[in-house]
Design a protein around this ligand. Structure first.
Ligand SMILES: Nc1ncnc2c1ncn2[C@@H]1O[C@H](COP(=O)(O)OP(=O)(O)O)[C@@H](O)[C@H]1O
Ligand SMILES: [Mg+2]
Length: 250
């Protein structure tokens, strides 16, 4: 699958500097830019498969063509899943009931439920159990569950994530899980670790895509440094929790 964004217009009606972006499965693409620069609008364009009919006039293509009308109008045919900051479950069922129902609707057997619960537990420190009620889950638990559900049950090849910095889940693991399942992951983030996990990031300004930065080898080096700092912080946190004194060296 090839997902294409064709540039439209910025807030002043000027053509976007970035005219075309192609994405393939397994790729993580970032979107960065200050508040009001148009990041969420770009995510919305992708979610709706805009065809020159939104404020940005962008067009989204699948395999080089506009998707069929049914893809835009029928939620079951929509190849997009969105992981948002606020996850609300409408029905009060247990985790198990929800997952069994979703698996069934996607033609998958009940055995997948174990895998989803297991995956969810790799993404959050607060345990997620089959018998938990959806409406009682914390923000972190519900996002972990939704991420695992998208990775294992939903067939959506495209996953959109708009700012999950405070999601209460292990964000890197979540991105790796989704990309590893062969999804196209588009993530709005300013978290340096997440931004540097992407292969490229689109820079937004005044409603337009102004450039694309490829994650360079130098930046990948920064990412490894950040990983070490991150692990060190976790070690310190744990030592302090255990009532131990901590050393100075990294
Ligand atoms: N290309 C565009 N053309 C016209 N209006 C736009 C465009 N991009 C964004 N906007 C408008 O600008 C405002 C801020 O955009 P938004 O996507 O919410 O920014 P961000 O998520 O970066 O904070 C919104 O009201 C949005 O409708
Ligand atoms: Mg936004």
């Amino acid at each position: 699958m090839l997902l294409t964004i064709l540039g439209g217009l910025d807030k002043d009606g000027r053509p976007e500097a970035v005219e075309r972006i192609n994405m393939v499965r397994g790729e993580i693409l970032g979107i960065v830019g200050p508040t009001g620069s148009g990041k969420s609008t770009l995510i919305d364009d992708l979610e709706q498969f805009a065809q020159g009919d939104t404020s940005s006039r962008r067009k989204i293509l699948i395999d080089g063509r506009p998707p069929e009308e049914a893809v835009r109008s029928d939620p079951r045919k929509k190849p997009v899943a969105q992981l948002s900051q606020n996850m609300h479950f409408l029905a009060d069922m247990t985790v198990e009931e929800f997952l069994e129902m979703h698996a069934k609707s996607r033609g998958k057997g009940p055995e997948i439920v174990d895998r989803v619960v297991e995956l969810a537990n790799t993404l959050t420190g607060e345990p997620v159990r089959r018998e938990h009620h959806l409406t009682m889950l914390s923000g972190g638990q519900s996002r972990a569950l939704m991420t695992a559900d998208i990775a294992a049950i939903s067939d959506s090849p495209i996953v959109l994530i708009d700012e999950i910095e405070n999601a209460g889940i292990k964000k890197q693991e979540a991105l790796n899980l989704l990309a590893g399942e062969g999804k196209i992951v588009v993530v709005v983030t300013h978290d340096p670790m997440l931004a540097l996990m992407t292969s490229r990031r689109i820079v937004m300004k005044n409603g337009g895509m102004v450039k694309v930065i490829n994650t360079s080898d130098g930046e990948k080096g920064v990412f490894s440094d950040l990983l070490r700092v991150d692990r060190w912080l976790s070690t310190l946190r744990e030592a302090i929790r255990q009532g131990e004194a901590v050393g100075a060296a990294l």
